[in-house]
Design a protein around this ligand. Structure first.
Ligand code: ZN
Length: 311
């Protein structure tokens, strides 16, 4: 039985907090579903951007560090994030990026799917993809982004690796993915456990150098499980393979495990429970700063240290 339910969230690094907030909420139309701090560094925000209710498989999170240096993609990293968009919407997005001066490529096609690559305000590479399969998720609409063009959630992530073999073995032997397509040095893996956010692409580049994990690059990807029981079952399988994996960590909105897969990418496994509507209602998601128990007594000091955010 497959216990991994596709992607849960992806976490990347940004520079200026306001610029990051504006790009994901205004330019792309996501909702800030949680505004909290980095649990390991409470002087830094942790933003979660997703659909209206923060559904797993739609969540991109950021640690915005004001003075972080510019990062660079390389081997052993997640190098592209692919979002699913409605069929026929790419022309809208292309004109929007032109109008707003957002760096983007020409429309391309990969595995029979049209896509548009672009960079966020820190240089992070993202793709908007018209998925082949039926994606019935409803994207979040805004005044400028109507329902027929709204971004639905994750489609795929791409990992760049010197050699895909050991990473592919984790995907297929532990996570229940299957290789479904190949185009030259790009290998597509997919799970049938979920309809969406179900694809991982592995790009094999034997000569690629390591990158710099700083602004505009990804920090880790989290795969999704139903609950803590499934989480611990995956932990057991990873331990059996002789890989180092953390103990279960309470992230307030999910429970997590982390391990570095053999190709160098930091993988997290995260549960659906308890979800984002635990410390605020669905209606109020993201509207005020939420702190985990260990920092609640320090709220004044933490708020003073964080950059101001115009929402
Ligand atoms: Zn994470």
């Amino acid at each position: 039985m497959n216990k991994i339910l596709g992607l849960h969230h992806i976490t990347a690094i940004a520079g200026d907090a306001q610029r990051n907030y504006d790009f994901y909420t205004k330019t792309l139309g996501f909702r800030l579903v949680k505004k909290t701090v980095n649990f390991d560094d409470p002087q830094t925000y942790h933003f979660y951007f997703g659909d209206e209710v923060g559904t797993p498989g739609t969540i991109l999170t950021f640690f915005p560090w004001a003075n972080v240096r510019q990062g660079k993609n390389g081997a052993g990293m997640v190098t592209e994030i692919g979002y699913s968009v409605p069929k026929g919407s790419l022309d809208f997005w292309k004109s929007r990026f032109e109008k707003l001066n957002i760096r983007h490529d020409i429309l391309s096609e990969r595995f029979g799917e049209k896509y548009l690559s672009f960079q966020d305000s820190d240089g992070l590479w993202l793709n908007l993809i018209e998925a082949k399969h039926k994606d019935e998720r409803k994207g979040r609409k805004t005044d400028e982004i109507k329902a027929d063009v709204a971004i639905k959630g994750f489609h795929t992530v791409t990992l760049t690796l010197n050699n895909i073999k050991a990473t592919a073995a984790i995907l297929t032997e532990v996570f229940g993915y299957k290789q479904v397509e190949q185009d030259d040095n790009l290998y597509r893996y997919e799970t049938d456990a979920v309809e969406n956010a179900a694809i991982v692409d592995l790009l094999e580049m034997p000569e690629a150098q390591g990158g710099i994990n700083a602004a505009g690059t990804n920090h880790h990807i989290a795969f999704r499980v139903k609950d803590e029981e499934d989480l611990m079952a995956i932990r057991e399988k990873i331990v059996t393979r002789g890989l180092h994996i953390t103990e279960k960590i309470n992230r307030d909105y999910f429970y997590s495990l982390y391990f570095r897969e053999p190709g160098g990418v930091l993988f997290e496994i995260a549960t659906d429970n308890p979800g984002f509507a635990t410390d605020e209602t669905v209606e109020n998601l993201g509207s005020s700063l939420q702190l985990p128990d260990q920092y609640k007594a320090m709220r004044d000091e933490i708020e003073k240290g964080l950059p101001e955010l115009q929402m």
